[in-house]
Unconditional design. Structure first.
Length: 388
């Protein structure tokens, strides 16, 4: 029986490896669209309504309009209504086919996506879903998260951490009818725009590669703009200690665009905030000095010592600071915050990673530098490690 179960597991893993992961991405989650235009960009698209047999076929270059009518969607072709439906889906007829989509009300720019598009009303909100293979999804994520002017080696870094994130969190929004959103609460995803061949090549050359910990669990592949010269421990930001998200000196982030920042605050406003928010005794000369002249040569968790219970993460949130890695200097009737870094500081510094690549380090060097004791494996092969 044990051998039979092992055989079944191996067979299942082999079968699964031939299937490319399809993700459902909720688009336009920052607005509530009422009118949408769909264009078949470079191939024909079959149109399905209410999950029936194909209703129609849109030829390459054809446009249709979709208009919300209560809890249904009206399909309009050549200014003529084709009916109102619970859901409408456009399915490409060719591999690598792309479509264009634009919200008319409220107005947004045209976006281009791989895959299929589904539109329906869920909980009185028009829900727009892009059904797309994960490797094509990554092309749009890399464009949105990294821009158009990086090296292919850096795009490989972003491809692996973004693929890992997507697979780890693919059930995050199932309660809303899709896997992930297109916003920063998941990964920014505005489709394919730049037509940069290096991005597609980076995805293809790292196809299937993900980051896992020693138990073969997908890691939390967190990243941000700049560490300020030192990364942060996960527990100092999110309250949970994770073995692969450890603080370390990061010389590669030093001197880059988001390495340093300053902010000026009224001394009275600063002291009033501490008193009203934390009941901090600003009349005590020793305690007052601690919050008017505060130094971080390495990352700390608390302002004015652990016994103050004033978390630097809360300070960052309340004052909308670029990072928690800052020192405070009293200057007359103001306090000046001298800060380093941009972002939460946990995991990979994008500017540091870009610099490492420019210095000749490989994408694997970068990943092993910013994430401690991790493994880079193919996600299909991961099934074999989990059988036991």
């Amino acid at each position: 029986m044990k051998h039979l179960l092992l055989y079944i597991s191996i067979f299942s893993a082999l079968f699964a490896s031939g299937q490319e992961e399809i993700l459902a991405i909720g688009l336009y989650r920052h607005i509530q669209p009422n009118q949408i235009e769909f264009t078949a960009k470079d191939c024909d698209f079959e149109v399905f309504v209410n999950d029936s047999l194909p209703f129609d076929c849109l030829k390459k270059g054809s446009k249709v309009e979709l208009l919300r009518q209560g809890v249904k969607i009206q399909l309009i072709v050549n200014d003529e209504s084709q009916g109102e439906y619970d859901n409408i889906k456009f399915t490409r007829t060719q591999k690598d086919g792309m479509f264009k989509v634009q919200t008319i009300s409220p107005h947004s720019k045209v976006r281009t996506y791989y895959g299929d598009l589904e539109i329906k009303v869920i909980n009185d909100v028009v829900t727009v879903i892009n059904h797309v293979p994960i490797e094509e999804y990554l092309i749009g994520v890399i464009e949105s998260e990294s821009g158009n002017y990086q090296s292919k080696e850096y795009y490989k870094v972003q491809a692996i951490i973004s693929r890992t994130y997507a697979l780890k969190h693919k059930n995050k929004f199932l309660h809303e009818g899709f896997n992930l959103t297109d916003l920063v609460n998941c990964q920014v995803y505005f489709g394919k725009h730049y037509q940069n061949p290096k991005i597609k090549e980076a995805v293809e050359e790292t196809k299937g590669l993900v980051l896992v910990d020693e138990d073969m669990n997908y890691i939390t592949a967190s990243f941000y703009s700049n560490s300020g010269g030192q990364t942060e421990n996960s527990e100092n930001v999110w309250g949970k200690k994770v073995s692969y998200l450890r603080s370390k000196a990061d010389p590669f982030s030093e001197g880059k665009n988001n390495y340093k920042w300053t902010k000026s605050i009224s001394k009275r406003e600063w002291l009033n905030y501490l008193k009203s928010t934390y009941n901090y005794d600003t009349k005590d000369s020793i305690k007052r000095e601690k919050v008017l002249n505060f130094t971080q040569t390495h990352r700390k968790k608390y302002l004015a010592g652990w016994d103050s219970h004033i978390l630097l993460t809360d300070i960052r949130r309340d004052w909308r600071l670029k990072s928690t890695f800052f020192s405070i200097e009293e200057q007359g009737d103001k306090v000046i915050l001298h800060g380093k870094g941009f972002g939460h500081g946990v995991g990979l510094s994008q500017e540091g990673a870009m610099n490492m690549v420019d210095l000749g380090y490989s994408y694997t060097d970068v990943l092993h530098f910013y994430y401690t004791n991790i493994y880079i494996i193919d996600y299909d092969k991961r099934n074999y490690y989990l059988m036991e």
